[in-house]
Design a protein around this ligand. Structure first.
Ligand SMILES: Cc1ncc(C[n+]2csc(CCOP(=O)(O)OP(=O)(O)O)c2C)c(N)n1
Length: 378
């Protein structure tokens, strides 16, 4: 569904960028960019970045070495990118070209609630920062790219705002996610089955939250929508403040990599009641199965090096169940990396389709705090 104009042909976009010297890309995926990212990846011209700020600073570095590298991001990642945008690109006068897919825009009410505020404010934020931007549609493709080119030539960054799902798919093949091993739905169900009553379970954004909600909805489940990469820190704060509760985090490889520093924070804080499960399917399944960098990062070794008391890697539901049982019998923090495979099944609805986001937070709070304390903390 394009917010304005008709579908942009993926090949036209890639050709338009290439004609102006933008043969290379870096970024964090959004389903809107599945086509361009697949196209650039197929020719080895795309670098997966763990977060949007890293993609931007990488593009600045590439430019210092004479290469033009376009940055791809969803507007939910604008916050990750503002630091290097304002303190690197602008003061050092090294301009970047960014393509921003627009969730929660033009009508914030027509998209998921976690996108509403950013949808309403992306243009305002860019304007406040003095960043030139324009909406990219099929009709405005060439003039918008030309105008961006003029901006870049004059030393200013250019941000092209792309309506959600307005770019066609790439006809070629996507880099495959890992195959074999349990899929996200199986891992999520196994965790839901294994957790004793009262355990708080925090699930990361994307499909994982959907599968947890589908497997077993309970007040102690927190379904994160948005805030990619923050679920383990959310769970750490909760675990620290409620040491009598067992806390399980269901994370994704892409999300864990996005804010890898969270592992160091957890290792230093040593929450004895925390079990961190990362479902590593090798990529960003929720946005079109683009490859992440988990294939070259041993997340269990990172967790161990960060100070988790125990870290293991499993590749079956049975081995996961055994590790969950061991974790229940000894103080944490525990880290379990599940080598997961691609999910081949109908994706269930988001938890937010039947539960409001404030309700998800409030019912966990109610289930955690004694009634009197809940009233005084409200
Ligand atoms: C800051 C930010 N950047 C990008 C996105 C878009 N996004 C939503 S889910 C997702 C993929 C998450 O990947 P992973 O954690 O590996 O879980 P999987 O999708 O494989 O289950 C992305 C990139 C987002 N929501 N927030």
């Amino acid at each position: 569904m394009a917010g304005a104009g008709s579908m942009i042909d993926c090949c036209d976009l890639i050709a338009g960028l290439a004609a102006r010297g933008w043969n290379q890309g870096s970024g964090v995926p959004c389903s809107t960019f599945a086509g361009p990212i697949a196209h650039l990846s197929a020719s080895g011209h795309y670098r997966a970045a763990a977060n949007e700020g890293l993609a931007l600073s990488g593009a600045v570095g590439a430019r210092l070495a004479g290469r033009r590298e376009a940055v791809f991001l969803q507007n939910s990642g604008l916050g990750n990118l503002i630091n290097p945008l304002t303190s690197l690109c602008q003061p050092y006068a090294v301009p970047v070209l960014a393509l921003v897919s627009m969730r929660g825009w033009p009508d914030p009410g027509a998209d998921e609630p976690q996108h509403a505020l950013m949808g309403q404010t992306t243009e305002t934020i860019l304007s406040a920062l003095g960043i030139w931007h324009t909406v990219l549609t099929a009709e405005s493709l060439d003039p918008a790219l030309d105008r961006a080119e003029q901006m870049i030539s004059s030393g200013r960054s250019a941000f092209l705002l792309v309506p959600h799902r307005s770019i066609s798919q790439h006809p070629g093949t996507m880099p495959a996610l890992r195959t074999g091993g349990p899929d996200t739905a199986e891992v999520t169900s196994a965790v839901a089955d294994a957790c004793p009553p009262g355990t708080a379970v925090f699930a990361t954004t994307g499909y994982t939250s959907r599968y947890l909600h589908d497997a077993l909805d309970r007040p102690e489940n927190f379904y994160m929508q948005g805030s990619m990469g923050h679920v383990s820190s959310l769970a750490l704060g909760y675990a620290d403040a409620a040491p009598e509760k067992t806390v399980i985090v269901l994370d994704g490889d892409g999300a864990a990599l996005m804010h890898l520093g969270a592992l160091s924070t957890i290792g230093a804080a040593q929450p004895a009641n925390l079990v961190h499960v990362v479902i590593d399917n090798g990529g960003y399944e929720s946005t079109g199965s683009q490859q992440s960098t988990s294939g070259t990062t041993d997340l269990a070794a990172v967790a161990k090096a960060c100070g988790y008391r125990a870290a293991s890697t499993v590749d079956s539901v049975q081995a996961l169940q055994q590790q969950l049982a061991s974790a229940a019998a000894a103080p944490g923090p525990h880290f379990i990396l599940v080598r997961a495979g691609r999910t081949v099944r109908q994706t269930p609805q988001r938890a937010g389709a039947s539960l409001s986001l404030p309700h998800i937070a409030a019912r966990l709070q109610d289930a955690t705090l004694p009634a009197a304390a809940a009233a005084s903390h409200a």
